[in-house]
Design a protein. Structure first.
Length: 357
């Protein structure tokens, strides 16, 4: 039996495995998985943060990062809502094999894309596809506080059937006046009348759905092309982009080039480097442009990793000596950097580097 959380219930940390307690279908190839710690510990996180799951796929474990789609107001469990794309390895394994009663290792929660500690502003949430997951957690958090939230919630999908959480959102919007819900689809479903917006999200739609967008903090999540077009729309309308926040589920192609352009140390492909994996007593020669993660993998060593572009923090390792060139996207804190930690997935060795692996 799972103990119920009480005043003295400990907070979950990732040294404890998570038990899957429920699996719910949400849309084609999309399911919500709910987890609890066997000890009954509670979860503490901010709406919008993510967790990284260690998935035992055939051929070796892989780590995948998923936003927590449930609300931190309910601290006894967390849910993730995952979509399997064509060729998916990790998410496909979850859809096909992860069942209630199974236990898996998880890392986190972490992430900088979240509501502020006292979220009492006006919000515009814009998402596409599985990018709705952080928006759901944020909207539900604001809804469950019992005060009328002020949210304009815009969700885009390919077809109506692919609008994840549609019924749940409609229920919430029917209970509070401050949640304005707008759906946009590119195509119709056969046999279902669609009376909402159709086409690709654009400037005209934004004006019709949310005429006070200039007064709102914008949270956006979806495929890179979608977020780019949202940024263009907002920029062209004179929106203050300091109030714009976004989460990428995939590595943005331009980030590394943009950041390294202004950096004084640029790793060179033709310059040799060496990584010493101290605990494993292995050392490997490589090029400066290789990442610590890739060199470890080639040497047969396992550093758990999730996003592989410096967001999730799963690949954090201690650097014992030497220098690296690290270009991360928020997956490590200043304190950890000062304490000598690096993210293996986005750190290139300069000269000889020793890490605690
Ligand atoms: C911070 C963060 C939060 C995330 N939150 C969620 C979430 O809430 N729900 C969720 O489903 N995913 C989320 N992701 C994405 C998730 O971590 C995986 O990257 C994604 O599910 C692909 O893993 P996979 O095992 O399914 O496919 P992989 O085995 O990694 O890839 C298989 C194939 O799928 C393609 N592919 C991978 N990702 C996508 C994509 N997003 N769209 C189209 N094709 C793709 C690849 O190009 C490849 O060809 C998040 C990622 C990050 C970094
Ligand atoms: S794997 Fe996500 S930060 Fe390195």
């Amino acid at each position: 039996m799972i103990p119920m959380p009480g005043r003295d219930t400990p907070v979950w940390n990732d040294s404890e495995v998570l038990e899957c307690v429920a699996v719910l279908p949400e849309a084609p190839e999309v399911r919500t998985f709910t987890f609890r710690p066997p000890s009954g510990a509670t979860f503490v996180y901010r709406a919008g943060q993510f967790i990284t799951l260690d998935l035992p796929v055939p051929g070796g474990n892989v780590q995948r990062t998923y936003t927590i789609s449930s609300s931190p107001v309910t601290s006894a469990y967390i849910s993730v809502t995952v979509k399997a794309h064509v060729d998916s390895i990790g998410t496909r394994w979850m859809l096909d094999h992860l069942k209630p009663g199974m236990q898996i290792k998880a890392y986190g929660p972490a992430g900088l894309f979240h509501l502020p500690p006292s979220p009492d502003g006006k919000y515009l949430f814009i998402s596409a596809g599985s990018g709705v997951t952080p928006m759901m957690s944020m909207a539900q958090t604001l809804f469950e506080r019992g005060e009328d939230p002020d949210i304009c919630f815009i969700q885009c999908a390919n077809r109506p059937v692919e609008l994840i959480f549609r019924q749940k959102l409609e229920y919430m919007a029917s209970r509070v006046t401050g949640l304005q819900l707008h759906f946009v689809v590119s195509k119709s479903d056969p046999y279902e009348v669609w009376t909402g917006y159709r086409g690709h999200f654009n400037q005209l739609m934004l004006g019709l759905m949310c005429n006070d967008y200039l007064e709102r903090d914008v949270f956006c999540c979806g495929p890179e092309g979608f977020m780019e077009s949202v940024r263009e729309i907002l920029n062209s309308l004179g929106y203050d982009m300091d109030r714009y926040y976004q989460e990428s589920f995939q590595a943005p192609a331009e980030t590394k080039a943009e950041l390294t352009e202004f950096d004084d140390v640029v790793p060179q492909d033709d310059v040799q480097a060496q990584i010493v994996f101290a605990n494993s007593q292995v050392s490997a020669w490589c090029s400066e442009t290789d990442t610590v993660l890739a060199v470890a993998k080639d040497a047969g060593l396992n550093i758990p990793s999730g996003c592989t572009f410096g967001v999730c923090g799963t690949c954090k390792v201690k650097k014992l000596s030497g220098d690296v060139h690290m270009v991360h996207s928020g997956g490590i804190s200043e304190e950890d950097v000062e304490a000598g930690y690096i993210l293996a997935c986005c750190s290139n060795p300069i000269g000889t580097v020793e890490v605690e692996v």
